[in-house]
Design a protein around this ligand. Structure first.
Ligand code: SF4
Ligand code: SF4
Length: 339
């Protein structure tokens, strides 16, 4: 049974380390900067911030790190935060696709996850412990308020960093986004407030930590047994690639009844996800059949390009697994075996 923690004034910690885990494009780097600016410039703490990105930035894992000392102790390290006091996971899919995002959690860590699930529905590996825990459906709220996901997550983070006053964090947030149009700024403030108000802390129940660790599946060939001559037996290729790990909780949904086959979506899609039915006799124009979600990284470029809203942004959680696994391109024998 999960119990909501009674809101009580917590003693400010002397030194706080925060790790933000996200996928490129979700705004974790900006959120880290804003948090650090609120701590250092807004409250006079000492602190630092840095991030680590993949080479592509969008769609690749991003880690952002913030350290601050409420006592003004000099922070000399700029190393990876292995045992964070606060861990903020920008999307639940990371728990599956990048389980190392939970690395280094201890019984003193506070954990916040953007998830459609309630805290009681999330399961963790055996032996897992946290101090307090919360989930918030930030993807849905970001769609509702038409604001950045990081606005919601920063609002929610105020519950986990009581050392940083919410008003000061909001000021720092507005300064960072001072270049935005007033309307957009307003939407982001609303998002921030909704994140702040809708997040509740739960006392962690150890019975949820019941996933048995499974064996790591390693490639059958490594440096010790690879054939001489540098032969690559299974080169990366466009048929086998799977972009689902890059998604941030949103997918385009295709509404065939509205589509008039203009092809704009196909022109902007960076991953050739659109599948067309082509008449070999050329008697009819190509007709769009749908999206192959194996290749879709959820960038939403196609949604912006469609002139008639035949593509709409929908939370990935609203898709049935069978809808996502419906591959429209011909399957190779290897892929068929994998399913
Ligand atoms: S969201 Fe649209 S444009 Fe982006 S990868 Fe998916 S299908 Fe292509
Ligand atoms: S841009 Fe819209 S209308 Fe044009 S082909 Fe794509 S889905 Fe259909």
């Amino acid at each position: 049974m999960w119990k909501i923690m009674k809101q009580q004034k917590e003693q400010p910690r002397k030194n706080v380390s925060v790790r933000l885990e996200a996928i490129g494009g979700q705004g974790a780097n900006s959120a880290g900067k804003i948090l650090a600016e609120a701590a250092v410039l807004g409250l006079g703490y000492s602190g630092n911030h840095f991030s680590s990105f993949g080479s592509e930035k969008k769609g690749t894992p991003v880690k952002s790190f913030v350290r601050f000392s409420t006592e003004g102790k000099q922070i000399r390290t700029a190393s990876y935060i292995k045992n964070p006091d606060v861990l903020i996971v920008f999307h639940e899919s990371l728990l599956e696709t990048h389980p190392d995002c939970l690395e280094g959690i201890t019984a003193h860590t506070d954990l916040l996850i953007n998830s459609t699930k309630k805290p009681s529905e999330i399961r963790f590996p055996e032996g897992f412990k946290v101090r307090k825990f919360a989930t918030i459906d930030a993807t849905d709220l970001a769609l509702k308020y038409q604001c950045g996901l990081n606005s919601i997550m920063l609002g929610a983070a105020t519950r986990f960093c009581p050392e940083i006053d919410a008003e000061i964090l909001l000021k720092s947030f507005l300064k960072f986004f001072s270049h935005l149009e007033p309307q957009l700024k307003k939407r982001n403030i609303e998002g921030f407030e909704s994140g702040r108000k809708q997040t509740k802390d739960f006392i962690f129940d150890e019975s949820q930590a019941n996933i048995q660790p499974h064996e790591k599946i390693l490639p059958s060939m490594g440096w010790e047994n690879a054939p001489l001559g540098g032969v690559i037996l299974n080169p990366g290729n466009t048929v086998l690639k799977d972009n689902s790990a890059s998604r941030k909780g949103l997918l385009p949904r295709f509404i065939a009844e509205i589509c008039y086959n203009c092809g704009f979506c196909d022109m902007v899609c960076p991953d050739f996800c659109f599948v067309w039915k082509v008449d070999p006799q050329n008697k009819t124009a190509p007709a769009l059949m749908g999206i192959d979600y194996q290749y879709c990284k959820g960038c939403q470029k196609c949604v912006l390009a469609c002139p008639v809203q035949a593509l709409v942004t929908v939370p990935e959680s609203e898709f049935l697994e069978s809808e996502k696994q419906h591959h429209l391109f011909p399957q190779t024998e290897i892929q068929k075996l994998k399913r």
